[in-house]
Design a protein around this ligand. Structure first.
Ligand code: 5GP
Length: 117
């Protein structure tokens, strides 16, 4: 792998940056989004930062993508009425700001100026 700087999420995994962690396994971490766009807004993040987006993750490690989706569902069962949006922003113009793949789990109505734009 190239000499990439650790992403903000890698730094959260390493406990260099604080976050409200709601789930953690050997391969996945889930946190509350720092700027929530819905009443429930969680991020489910593979610990590895080698995949920049969901298509790379699907191609490179489909089992890990399946784990991300399963964690999203179980968090939605815990934090929402089990109905939710699962969003993977892909590319800057689509609103992606962190190029370390992550799923947004959004429960309840989206707020203005949100991912729905
Ligand atoms: P993207 O825009 O790349 O799809 O999503 C990145 C998300 O990460 C944004 O919703 C943003 O609010 C969240 N985020 C960025 N930095 C931090 C941080 O330091 N802590 C937490 N908890 N969330 C962050």
């Amino acid at each position: 792998m190239s000499k990439t700087e650790p992403s903000v999420f890698t730094r959260i995994v390493a406990r260099e940056i604080p976050a409200e962690i709601v789930f953690e396994s050997d391969t996945v971490i889930a946190i509350k989004d720092i700027a929530p766009k819905a009443p429930v807004h969680l991020l489910v993040i593979p610990k590895t930062q080698q995949y920049r987006n969901v298509a790379e993750l699907a191609a490179g490690d489909p089992a890990l993508l399946a784990d991300v989706v399963a964690v999203a569902q179980s968090l939605a069962d815990e934090y929402t009425d089990s109905e939710y949006r699962l969003v993977f922003n892909t590319g800057e113009s689509a609103g992606q700001t962190v190029f370390h793949v992550h799923a947004h789990v959004l429960g309840g109505r989206l707020t203005e100026g949100s991912l729905a734009e």
